[in-house]
Write a protein that binds this ligand. Structure first.
Ligand code: SAM
Length: 284
């Protein structure tokens, strides 16, 4: 009989955010694989759980995944937890799940908190369709390339970001995606929880100081560019460039114009009028 691999979500700050089932599973399994045993010990001690722990993190993921899969194959039950939130979400987990499945081990999710969902639902931005991009790359060129790719998506965009990069990322997003409504959800479920809402340029300014940009944060960005009338400067959003970019991504002219119009909050005839006017202006 092979064992069972449980993927157990734990709090993202507030220790009360854990399900009864998660606590039972953590009590009953043979082993808890966790990112940082010191960190998880605080949670286990809080709930009087004495299960043995083993470290499983980014740097030993490969070896540990093989080791844990072998234990699971031999019949052990193992729970994987991250330092915070849901394992496998911008945290180790995927490799082990993959190995375990190949060996015929049962994989059971025990759902609970994850920062991007908490941020999204409280952002005030549409939740019907969204794209979660994990962490944006630390290097500027790669980060900007990722944002350029995200520009074509007609979904609310959600990213994890480090505090020392937040202002630059918001400024890059403003430049690449155009002015949009956004939210920065900081220190969710913790004492200094803050959900700052506003335009990308406003948030870039607000999080420009070290003081403001503290703690853990999630960036949520609207799918629509704020209409030209509402944007600070018409010239900042170039419909010609946007249509050209969409065409280079494979859309035909009609589809590109339709999409650009939607992104800019314009009806199609107004978008067309502006496209022609912008072209005339460029010629003269
Ligand atoms: N596995 C976690 C989850 O399910 O959300 C994500 C872990 S990832 C290594 C850590 C990042 O998640 C942080 O840098 C931040 O972007 C986000 N995060 C985690 N906890 C948060 C919180 N309480 N408030 C805001 N963002 C948080």
């Amino acid at each position: 009989m092979t064992g069972t691999l449980y993927l157990v979500a734990t709090p993202i700050g507030n220790l009360e955010d854990i399900t009864e089932r998660a606590l039972r599973v953590l009590k009953e399994v043979d082993l808890i694989a966790c990112e940082d045993t010191r960190h998880t010990r605080v949670l286990l001690q809080h709930y009087g759980i004495k299960t043995k722990m083993l470290s499983y993190h980014e740097h030993n993921e490969r070896e540990r995944a093989a080791e844990l899969s072998a234990l699971l194959e031999a019949g052990a039950s193992v729970a994987v937890v991250a330092d915070a939130g849901t394992p496998g979400i911008s945290d180790p987990g995927f490799r082990l799940v993959n190995d375990a499945l190949k060996r015929g081990v049962r994989v059971v999710p025990v759902p609970g908190p994850t920062a991007f969902v908490a941020a999204l639902i409280a952002s005030g931005l549409p939740t019907d369709e969204f794209f979660f991009g994990g962490f944006l790359p630390a290097r500027a060129t790669q980060r900007r390339a990722r944002l350029t790719k995200a520009r074509a998506l007609n979904s609310t965009l959600v990213f994890y970001e480090a505090p020392h990069r937040i202002a630059q990322t918001l400024a890059d997003a403003r430049e690449i995606l155009g002015e949009r409504e956004a939210a920065v959800a900081r220190e969710l479920t913790k004492l200094h929880e803050e959900i700052a809402r506003g335009r990308l340029s406003e948030l870039a300014k607000r999080f420009g100081s070290e003081e403001a940009a503290r703690g853990e944060m999630v960036v949520v960005i609207d799918r629509n560019v704020i209409s030209l009338e509402a944007a600070e400067s018409d010239s900042e959003i170039d419909i010609v460039a946007r249509v050209a970019a969409l065409e280079s991504e494979g859309l035909d002219h009609r589809a590109a114009l339709k999409r650009a119009a939607r992104e800019l909050g314009l009806n199609r005839s107004e978008a067309y009028r502006r496209l022609v006017a912008a072209r005339e202006q460029k010629k003269s």
